[in-house]
Design a protein around this ligand. Structure first.
Ligand code: MN
Length: 417
């Protein structure tokens, strides 16, 4: 068992009852406070400067300079054992049993509302999968044929595409509605203009450590050792641009104008207690995609829309456990041809839709391609996302009295430029 995951550990820092960040979480991020940028973690509503902790000699084997960084990549380059050791050592420092050190640690602490969270990882490559069966089924029904909703390859391959890393951005960065080429069904020829069918996609993302050299593969059994942690992920999609451009090579400008991640990377270690069994995969997968043990994770997910000047309205409650393909299978498939992966690479899960109505992870599905509306708290309705709407995603795992959460990923849609 991973030491920092012990549910009996208590901390001398204040943590409210429903906090996403008990001492059992210890996520990693990049924070800015008092004009300093540093590698940080968070317990309750307190942000902890890990660089200053390291300068005090709190970590046995790591030079403090690994934390004097504006991205987590150098720290992640040290690999799984090193990041696990640091998490365990941070847990020790803030353990209630060590409260006599409280006074000498005050200078590493900042209240969360005095901190700006920055992009945590330098993303070199970004891949997006399509691994929720309900989502693939819904999209197949909407655009093709309910009797053949899943394409023939879907239950044999964790389908994915290479996305664009430059527009993977942190929570809180507002962005402008994209413009582009589209061909509405009423038009003979394509037209140019702003996207009128702007959508979110409820996803999680995982981030990798350094992989193997080009030509080698990572097995499903090895995959856990190559995954640093996870974040919430909003893979914004302009459905009208996407619908006209996507045949034959898949998503392009309908997807790459912005994809937001939550700013605290929750380690795979912290999520281990929430492992759960995945669905039975029938037909049987090829041997390189077989896996042993529980590799899915029970994470509650929610999407809310907040119109300007109004309250948040919940539009979806889903769960990461509904995925058909797990991260181990995605990484094994991604590298089976010898494709190499690098530290900081980002992998989107694909839209996470549950089996029931109310659990669908995009407005495309919630509004059933614009045939249904969703009520907002200010009396307006939505089929897709309006200008000045803020879309918020939250997520947490909970079991045996421990709640490990992500905080939120949130972004506001500004009018087209
Ligand atoms: Mn997506």
């Amino acid at each position: 068992m991973i030491k920092a995951n012990d549910k009996n550990i208590k901390t001398w820092l204040e943590v409210s009852e429903n906090s996403d960040f008990p001492i059992q979480n210890i996520p990693f991020g990049i924070a800015k406070a008092n004009n300093e940028i540093f590698v940080a973690t968070r317990i309750g509503d307190t942000v902890i400067n890990i660089y200053k902790l390291a300068q005090m000699g709190c970590f046995s084997n790591i030079d403090a300079e690994f934390f004097n960084e504006d991205k987590l990549n150098d720290f992640m380059l040290l690999g799984k054992q090193a990041t696990r050791d640091v998490r365990n050592e941070i847990s020790d420092v803030f353990n209630l049993e060590n409260k006599d050190k409280k006074d000498e640690l005050q200078h590493v602490l900042t209240a969360v509302n005095e901190v700006e969270m920055l992009m945590p990882v330098q993303v070199g490559d970004y891949t997006d999968f399509y691994s929720s069966e309900q989502h693939a089924f819904n999209v197949g029904c909407l655009f093709r044929d309910p009797n053949n909703a899943l394409l023939p390859n879907w239950k044999h391959i964790p389908v994915g595409y290479h996305g664009r890393a430059s527009s993977v951005v942190p929570s809180g960065l507002d962005f402008h509605r994209p413009k582009g080429q589209k061909k509405p069904p009423t038009e003979e020829v394509p037209v140019f203009g702003q996207s009128n069918l702007l959508d979110f996609e409820l996803e999680t993302a995982f981030f990798t450590y350094e992989g193997k050299p080009l030509g080698d593969s990572i097995t499903t059994a090895e995959a856990d050792d190559y995954i640093f942690g996870m974040a919430l992920f909003n893979d914004w999609s302009a459905r009208d641009i996407q619908g006209w451009e996507y045949v034959p090579l898949g998503p392009f400008l309908g997807k790459n104008f912005a994809s937001h991640i939550s700013c605290w990377i929750v380690t795979l270690d912290a999520l281990e207690p929430f492992r759960t069994a995945g669905p039975v995969q029938d037909p049987k997968v090829l041997p390189y995609l077989e896996y042993e043990g529980d590799k899915h994770i029970d994470i509650n997910l929610e999407v809310l829309i907040q119109p300007e000047g109004s309250e948040e309205a919940s539009v979806c409650k889903s769960n990461y456990k509904y995925m058909y393909w797990n991260m181990n299978q995605q990484l094994a498939h991604h590298t089976i041809n010898g494709c190499d992966i690098n530290v900081g690479d980002c992998y989107g899960s694909g839209t996470i839709s549950g089996p029931e109505e109310g659990q669908f992870g995009s407005m495309l599905e919630i509004s059933w391609k614009g045939t249904k509306t969703v009520p907002m708290k200010d009396g307006t309705e939505r089929k897709f996302i309006n200008d000045n709407d803020t879309v918020i995603m939250r997520g947490f795992a909970q079991k045996d009295g421990v709640r490990i959460g992500f905080g939120e990923v949130s972004a506001k849609v500004l009018p087209a430029k």
